[in-house]
Design a protein around this ligand. Sequence first.
Ligand SMILES: Nc1ncnc2c1ncn2[C@@H]1O[C@H](COP(=O)(O)OP(=O)(O)O)[C@@H](O)[C@H]1O
Ligand code: SF4
Ligand SMILES: [Mg+2]
Length: 327
Amino acid sequence: MSSAAGNAVLTVAGLSVGVRDLRLVTDVSFSLGPGERVGLIGESGSGKSLTALSLMGLLPEGLRAAGSVRMAAVDHDLVDASERDMTRVRGDRMAMVFQEPMTALNPLMRVGDQVAEVMLLHDTQPDRRSARAAVTELFQRVHLPDPERMPGSYPHQLSGGQRQRIMLAIALANNPSVLICDEPTTALDVTVQALMLEEILAGVEREGSALLFITHDLPVVAMVCQRVLVMYGGRLVESGPVREVFTSPRHPYTAGLLASSRFEESDTAGRLPTISGSVPAAGHFPAGCPFRDRCPAATEECAEWPGWTGGAAHGFACWHPVGRTGQ
Ligand SMILES: Nc1ncnc2c1ncn2[C@@H]1O[C@H](COP(=O)(O)OP(=O)(O)O)[C@@H](O)[C@H]1O
Ligand code: SF4
Ligand SMILES: [Mg+2]
């Protein structure tokens, strides 16, 4: 399926997530090369966040992951790793920025202490004094105002954009080899969004981190990412270089997303103007190709999962792919 060079920093193989007898994510495979920036797109309810959370070992109570998630220089699989092993990886080699930072920050702790704590936990700084100096530097780097005094603030005293930068500072504190951002700018207003994107890009470039960037904003993917993964119904349905996928999509779902992205908004029910219907609730996707009940090209054949066509460069899962340009 979708993969980077053989020296991947993260390799996900056959990842599935389920709750009781319900499959929420099915057989997701991809890898990230060192410093590579990869977008993960798909409508709300496609399984993007659950994929990200299972990489981090942060699935909600009751949900279970199966398959394999390996990181370079970590000698165990992250799926089913003990919490103790996961604590060593999380926030150190792999870090994540969430859509809503209030859920991730401790409301009762000064933000500077929260950033210092991650560095002390992973021995990135030897003592509190040097951690405090590193916090100030980190705050400068993500352009937080007043980096001398900002560390003494509590999360509720900050704006949404500032809290998101604190999350980014925490995520970058230990020079992660993989940074996952799950809709990091969705809750921010437009001008702050652009700044936050710049901070993220500068951060991963400086650290040489690979980036998995989850968003439903396709122009942002085009700007930020080199490769893109398209997800629907808990499955990867297409992946490849951004330029190729965005100009010659092979999967009808990707083509629909691209056509919709030229419109400003989905309607109040979350429907996209050019893809009929809306994303079903978990457990209500059709068997076979999950896009079957919305796809204009569906045939009887599509009652069976099409499997993956293509390889590492550009691949898709569809019985009747959209033709190449000119077809
Ligand atoms: N804790 C949970 N228990 C049951 N279903 C869940 C849980 N979390 C998410 N889901 C369901 O899994 C599907 C995928 O969710 P999610 O990964 O959050 O999608 P996305 O991030 O692409 O919007 C959705 O149908 C969602 O309702
Ligand atoms: S497999 Fe069939 S239903 Fe699914 S996207 Fe392709 S044509 Fe449409
Ligand atoms: Mg999500």
